[in-house]
Design a protein around this ligand. Structure first.
Ligand code: F6P
Length: 363
């Protein structure tokens, strides 16, 4: 039977287990043999127990569990040629040349590099006597299908990535909880949320949480943001609002690219309003805990589609990402989506995002 490897890479995300379960069980149904590559690419580099066969029951009772039972990591070794040689050799030891990779855009980019290097890696492994010429000839290409697992919701082309909805639920629980203590003391809270370069979690949490102000990387504020924020907070108080809340994305900056931290915001409130605001940095609690209903069913559908894709791939076909787009499960070209995602990040880094959107609107 065909042998399929599945791995989770980069930061974990709620729903990864649901995706792994669906990949494994669909692969078995299709007559393929699934393997877990443990701890992300580190398991492929290490070999041995790092690559394990999975049965139908190996993925029982994990649908509702947070995190990823097959482990994840950001492997530095895998970025080096030596690590990739070891990974290729170890995968081939199990006859694996088809993979479903569940991770963020960094992990998918790394996967794509490995895929491109595969023929030259095999050539080198034959030269060094690590694999036979027959083995190399039997597995001329690495066939890869990607799923985007990241709470950041930062892949262009996908409506929602695995874990985003659960993380948003976690943030809203925290906002609701903080609101009651904030209201008791008539306090302002500054809450920092994750998302790396992407402001999705911050923006949606601010909308869904009824917050007063939000700072996101995509919209670096002008010099007057301090006045603007304080006048809004003041107006809220004057209108009888007992609790105030400012959400700061961890990647928020001003237009010069200087980070705006939750503590900077607290200081502004102290200086301009004379109020002792409190800071809460939510941190990894956002990535922990059980996946939401949405993350369970969406990841299950994505995992099924990914297993079907990887089983039916031709050696010549380009890799795809399976993602939800416009409420449908779609096949998106992996390299193009990653390039489009990078382009947005570059724009944000250049602080010209607004200008680019306006230019597009005008044209
Ligand atoms: O990409 C997911 C994410 O949670 C980001 O939001 C955050 O910046 C980063 O990972 C944190 O990484 P780590 O878990 O390595 O501290």
């Amino acid at each position: 039977p065909l042998r399929i490897g599945v791995l989770t890479s980069g930061g974990d995300a709620q729903g990864m287990n649901a995706a792994v379960r669906a990949v494994v069980r669909t692969a078995i149904r299709l007559g393929a043999r699934p393997y877990a590559v443990m701890e992300g690419w580190a398991g492929a580099v290490a070999g041995g127990d790092g690559i394990r066969p999975l049965e139908w029951d190996s993925v029982g009772s994990i649908l509702q569990r947070g995190g990823t039972i097959i482990g994840t990591a950001r492997s530095a070794e895998f970025r080096e040629r030596a690590g990739q040689l070891a990974a290729a050799r170890n995968l081939l030891e199990h006859g694996i040349d088809r993979l479903v990779v569940i991770g963020g855009d960094g992990s998918l980019t790394g996967t794509n590099e490995f895929r491109k290097n595969w023929p030259s890696l095999l050539e080198e492994l034959v030269e060094t006597g690590d694999i036979s010429a027959q083995t190399a000839a039997a597995h001329p290409v690495l066939m890869v299908t990607g799923l985007v697992g990241s709470i950041d919701n930062d892949l262009v082309g996908a409506d929602m990535t695995i874990g985003t909805d659960s993380a948003l639920h976690r943030i809203l629980e925290a906002i609701d909880d903080i609101s009651s203590t904030a209201a008791s003391h008539q306090r302002t809270f500054v809450v920092e949320v994750m998302g790396r370069h992407c402001g999705y979690l911050a923006l949606m949490a601010a909308v869904a949480g009824g917050c007063d102000y939000v700072l996101v990387p995509e919209l670096p504020p002008g010099k007057d943001w301090e006045e603007d924020m304080c006048s809004k907070l003041k107006a809220g108080r004057e209108a009888g609002r007992r609790e105030s809340m400012v959400i700061v994305a961890e990647g928020a900056t001003d237009r010069e690219g200087n980070r705006i931290t939750a503590d900077d915001v607290r200081q502004v409130i102290a200086d301009k309003l004379g109020e002792a605001a409190r800071v809460t940095i939510l941190g990894h609690v956002q990535r922990g805990g059980r996946p939401s209903a949405y993350d369970r069913w969406m990841s299950t559908l994505l995992g099924c589609a990914a297993a079907r894709e990887v089983v039916s791939m031709d050696p010549g076909s380009e890799p795809v990402i399976i993602a939800e787009r416009h409420n449908r499960i779609r096949r998106l070209p992996m390299m193009e989506q990653i390039a489009a995602t990078r382009a947005v990040k570059d724009l944000v880094a250049a602080h010209d995002y607004l200008g680019a959107i306006q230019a597009r609107g005008a044209s």
